[in-house]
Ligand binder design. Structure first.
Ligand code: FAD
Length: 598
C-alpha cells in the first residue's frame, strides 16, 4: 500500500481555531519547527463563529473587577467541579492574552475613554467580555491567522488527521489524508497538540458545524489519554428553531446582555419562576429591579435571563414541556419591544442579518423564536493545568477538546479566553518537550502507518454495507432523544445499547465513488470518532447519579455534595472505554476563602 507523503516537524498542531493558532505561534516562538493541520480551510474554524466576546477581568468597565472575581464566577458557573488551577491560570492570564491580541492588530470596540469595551454576559458578576460587535471570533481568527502566516508557520489545510502515531508510550506523529485528493499523509513529530474543538455533530440540534465530530477526543482516547467531564454537554438556551433548515444556529447571549428578555406563549417573563437557591442572592427578584440593572448595575441585581446557560436552557425546556411554547416548539426572545431599532442594529448586526436572511424575521420589530441547542462540550482530554500535557508523553490538548477548565458548565466568553491562555501554554510546552527529546528521538513505525492507512480506506473495500449518512442520522436521533438535556438511567442504558448497535453497523459502511473529494468517505471516518465520543458521554452520564451543570438527571434531580468531589475518567480498553472515579484536586485555602466572602 502506498502510504503517501511524509513530513517531519517538532510540533504538529491539529486544528486551526483560536487554540490551535495560539499554540502554533507559541511553539514557533519557542524555536520549534511547527506545522498546523486543519480539516477545513484556514480561518473556517469554530472560533470564527464566536459572537459575544472574550472574558477577561481587565477592569475597564468595572474597576472592582479582578482575576479573583473572574475565578470565583467561573468556579461557581461550573458548580465547583472545575479544575481549580486551570480556572485560576485562566482568570489570571486572560487580560494579558487580550492585550497581546490587540498588540497584534485586533480592533476591539472601545469605551468612551478609549479602553477596550467590556460587555455583560451570563454568570459574570461584572461586564468583562472584550468584543468586536457580535463578531469577536472573526477578529480573533483574523489576527491570529495573520500572525501565524506572517511568522511563516507551515499550514496543511483541508487535511484530516485520523490517527495519532506512537513509538512505545510516546507520541511519534500523526496520520491523515488530504480531503481534496484523498491522498494519504504522515507527520513525524515528537509533540502533537490537539486543538480540534467540539463534538456537537453527534446531536440532532446543534450550533456546531460539520467539522465538530469529536475527532480530537477520539484520537486522544485511542492513543491512551484519559477524558474527563464527558457527561457535561452544554445546551445553549438560545438557538434558532425555525425554519427547520436553520434549527440549532446560535442566537448570541448578547441579545439578553443587551436587554432581550424571554417570554412564553402567554407573554410571561418566566425566568423569574426559575431562580435557583444557589443564585438567589445575586439575581433580581422583580421585573422592576431587573430592568433597572441595565442602567444602574451598582444598586440592582442581574436579571434572571442572565443566569448561567444550564439554568436558562432547563427553564425553556420546562416551559415548552408545560405547553407554553411557541408554534415551532421554542419560546420568545424579545428585544424589539425593549430597545430602539438603531441600538439593536448597532449592537447586534449579525443577529439582525441572520434572522432577516434565514427566517424573514425583523428582530427590531418582532420577537425571535428560540430553543436550546447543543453548543459546547465541557468534557475533554485530561491535562496537566500548567503544561496542557495529557498522560501520553508528547500529546497536548487545548481549547474545547481539553477538559477540566469549565467543570460542569462553561460561562459564555470563557472559551475564547481559554483558547488563548491554554493554547499558548500547550504550544510552549509542546516545544519544550520536543527539544528535550532530541537525545532520544522518536521514530514512526511503518506498520503503524500501514494500519492507519488500512483503517482509513476500509470503507472502500466493503460492499453492500450501509450509507454513513443513515448511521449518522440515527446516532444524532439517539443522542438527542436519550442523552439530551434531561436524562434518566433507563434512557441512558437504552442509548448505550443503541450506540453499540450503531458501532457494529459502522464497521460495515460502504462509500460510493473514489477518493477524490468524497464527503461520504470523510463522514465514514468521522463517524467512528462520533461513536467513541457518544459512548463516553452516555457512560459518564449514566454513572453520575446527580444533577449538576450541563448534566440533568430526571431520576436524580438534586446536586449531590459527594459527587461534587469526584471526576469521572474514561480510558480506552480494547474497542471500548472503561470508567473510573477520581477525586477532584483540592483547592488551596487562600482560594477557598474567596467563596466564603460575599
Ligand atoms: P475550533 O475553533 O472549533 O477549531 C477546531 C479546528 O480543528 C478547526 O480548524 C478544524 O478544522 C480542526 N479539526 C478538527 N478535527 C480535525 C482533524 N481530525 N484533523 C485536522 N483538523 C481538525 N465562546 C466564547 O468564549 N465566546 C463567544 O462569544 C462564543 N460564541 C460562540 C458562537 C458560536 C456560534 C459557537 C458555535 C461557539 C461559540 N463559542 C463562544 C464557543 C467557542 O467559539 C468555541 O468553543 C471555540 O471557538 C473552540 O475553539 P478551538 O480552538 O478549541 O476549536
Amino acid at each position: 500500500r502506498n502510504t503517501g507523503e511524509r513530513h517531519s516537524y517538532d510540533v504538529v498542531v491539529v486544528g486551526a481555531g483560536g487554540a490551535g493558532l495560539r499554540a502554533a505561534i507559541a511553539a514557533h516562538d519557542a524555536g520549534a519547527r511547527t506545522a498546523i493541520v486543519c480539516k477545513s480551510l484556514l480561518g473556517k474554524a469554530h472560533t470564527v463563529m464566536a459572537e459575544g466576546g472574550i472574558a477577561a477581568a481587565m477592569g475597564n468597565a468595572w474597576p472592582e473587577d479582578n482575576w479573583k472575581v473572574h475565578f470565583r464566577d467561573t468556579m461557581r458557573g461550573g458548580k465547583m467541579l472545575n479544575n481549580w488551577r486551570m480556572a485560576q491560570l485562566h482568570a489570571q492570564e486572560a487580560p494579558d492574552r487580550v492585550l497581546e491580541l490587540e498588540e497584534w492588530g485586533a480592533l476591539f470596540d472601545r469605551t468612551k475613554d478609549g479602553l477596550i469595551s467590556q460587555r455583560d454576559f451570563g454568570g459574570h458578576r461584572y461586564a468583562r467580555l472584550a468584543h468586536v460587535g457580535d463578531r469577536t471570533g472573526l477578529e480573533m481568527i483574523r489576527t491570529l491567522q495573520q500572525r501565524a502566516v506572517a511568522l511563516g508557520i507551515d499550514v496543511f489545510m483541508e487535511c484530516t488527521i485520523t490517527e495519532i502515531l506512537k513509538d512505545g508510550d510516546r507520541v511519534a506523529g500523526a496520520f491523515g489524508y488530504w480531503r481534496e485528493s484523498g491522498r494519504l499523509i504522515t507527520f513525524e513529530a515528537p509533540s502533537v497538540v490537539l486543538a480540534t474543538g467540539g463534538i456537537g455533530k453527534s446531536f440532532k440540534v446543534t450550533s456546531n458545524s460539520w467539522e465538530y465530530t469529536g475527532d480530537g477526543h477520539a484520537l486522544a482516547v485511542r492513543a491512551g489519554a484519559s477524558l474527563i467531564n464527558m457527561e457535561f454537554v452544554q445546551f445553549h438556551p438560545t438557538g434558532m428553531v425555525w425554519p427547520p433548515s436553520v434549527r440549532g444556529i446560535l442566537v448570541t447571549e448578547s441579545v439578553r446582555g443587551d436587554g432581550g428578555v424571554l417570554k412564553n406563549s402567554e407573554g410571561r417573563r418566566f425566568m423569574f419562576d426559575y431562580i435557583p437557591e444557589f443564585f438567589k442572592a445575586e439575581t433580581a427578584d422583580s421585573i422592576e429591579e431587573a430592568d433597572r440593572w441595565y442602567t444602574d448595575k451598582k444598586n440592582n441585581r442581574r436579571p434572571p435571563e442572565l443566569l448561567p446557560r444550564d439554568e436558562v436552557a432547563r427553564a425553556i425546556n420546562s416551559e415548552v414541556k408545560a405547553g407554553r411554547g411557541t408554534p415551532h416548539g421554542g419560546v420568545y426572545l424579545d428585544i424589539a419591544s425593549r430597545r430602539d431599532p438603531e441600538y439593536i442594529k448597532r449592537r447586534l448586526p449579525s443577529m439582525y442579518h441572520q434572522f432577516k436572511e434565514l427566517a424573514d424575521v425583523d428582530i427590531t420589530r418582532e420577537p425571535m423564536e428560540i430553543g436550546p441547542t447543543c453548543h459546547y462540550v465541557m468534557g475533554g482530554v485530561e491535562v496537566d493545568p500548567d503544561t496542557a500535557a495529557s498522560v501520553v508523553p508528547g500529546l497536548y490538548a487545548a481549547g474545547e477538546v481539553a477538559g477540566g477548565m469549565h467543570g460542569s458548565n462553561r460561562l459564555g466568553g470563557n472559551s475564547l479566553s481559554d483558547l488563548l491562555v491554554f493554547g499558548r501554554r500547550a504550544g510552549l510546552n509542546a516545544a519544550y518537550y520536543a527539544a528535550r527529546t532530541k537525545d532520544s528521538p522518536v521514530t514512526v513505525d511503518d506498520d503503524a502507518v500501514r494500519a492507519a492507512a488500512d483503517a482509513a480506506l476500509a470503507p472502500f473495500s466493503e460492499e453492500g454495507g450501509e450509507n454513513p449518512y443513515t448511521v449518522q442520522k440515527d446516532l444524532q436521533e439517539v443522542m438527542h432523544n436519550l442523552v439530551g438535556i434531561i436524562r434518566t438511567a433507563e434512557e441512558l442504558e437504552q442509548a448505550l445499547g443503541e450506540i453499540e448497535k450503531l458501532a457494529e453497523r459502522s464497521r460495515h459502511l460502504t462509500v460510493e465513488g473514489n477518493r477524490q473529494y468524497n464527503p461520504g468517505w470523510h463522514l465514514a471516518i468521522d463517524l467512528q470518532n462520533m461513536l467513541w465520543v457518544s459512548e463516553c458521554i452516555a457512560k459518564a452520564a449514566l454513572t453520575r447519579t446527580e444533577s449538576r451543570g450541563g448534566h440533568t438527571r430526571d431520576d436524580y434531580p438534586m446536586t449531590d455534595q459527594d459527587w461534587g468531589t469526584k471526576n469521572i475518567v474514561l480510558r480506552r480498553r480494547g474497542d471500548s472505554v472503561e470508567l473510573a472515579i477520581q477525586p477532584l484536586p483540592q483547592m488551596p485555602a487562600e482560594l477557598k476563602a474567596l467563596f466564603e466572602e460575599k
